[in-house]
Write a protein that binds this ligand. Sequence first.
Ligand code: DGY
Length: 326
Amino acid sequence: MTLKKPSVIVTRKLPEAVETRMMELFDVRLNADDIPFDREALGNALTSCDVLVPTLTDSIDADLLSAPNISARLVSNFGNGTDHIDVAAAQAAGISVTNTPDVLTEDTADMAMALIVAVPRRLVEGARIIEEDRFTGWSPTHMLGRRISGKRLGIIGMGRIGFAVAKRARGFGMTVHYHNRHRLLLEIEQEVEATYWESLDQMLARMDVISVHCPHTPATFHLLSERRLKLLKEDAYIVNVARGEIVDEDALIRMLESGTLAGAALDVFEHEPAVNPKLLALDNVTLLPHMGSATIESRIAMGEKVIINIKAFVDGHRPPDRVLPT
Ligand code: DGY
């Protein structure tokens, strides 16, 4: 494919530096108002551009991708996860898909580590006491949390982000355990002194903190099912900065309500952007609005990746971050 100035439609507002560069390079339609596209707008976009730049808030399913007259040849996702895109249907329709890995790894791992500390140490609960003017003075038994150092961290999904969390956790004195589709090379495991668990069930039963870092695919939907959640120790915590669908949220809430799980920190939700009101009523949770990669540095770098992928594709090369069906 050789296009001089490809027509590009971007579905959400991006950092200014990224939009400026896109305007120089492409015949681009931006979304200054940042109002998410509805289904009809997404369908129209796919039939009126060469390249669509969606985000995780756009559901691009097989129906949309099999519509007649689709002009888009590339869906260059602004984001790492592509579970909102039917990649197999795109491939069948002759449309390539790319994403933006690597550049958000450190920031997302920082957020996971912050949450791994925040929930056992009750950071948000404590801040609320000050905000609500309820602090009446220090006491030996007030706001006691749980120690992080010396505890076992179980990482589900030891890809780039999982490994970056492992490195941070070692700095906090935690021991690192992981479950992954494939075991890492020994020298990589040794870097963080990680223990591999082939059986997720067995790992879950022995961890103090679980941190979720696998992608959401049909195989990982409700990977942490009610049965598996019940394997966790009563004093264990769960952190999820990956995708809400990986955890059975209703089952998790039941356990948090009944005290059969110590706490949870969620940056993502099963029915995002909806947050289950039962979660809001709990004290032993920390909830964030999907902000794991929300730094200006990550978001500009993600935009730069999108631009590189589009340029490579338009110049007839294989885009560096091509996503294939799982
Ligand atoms: C992604 O890129 O998939 C993240 O969830 C966005 O922060």
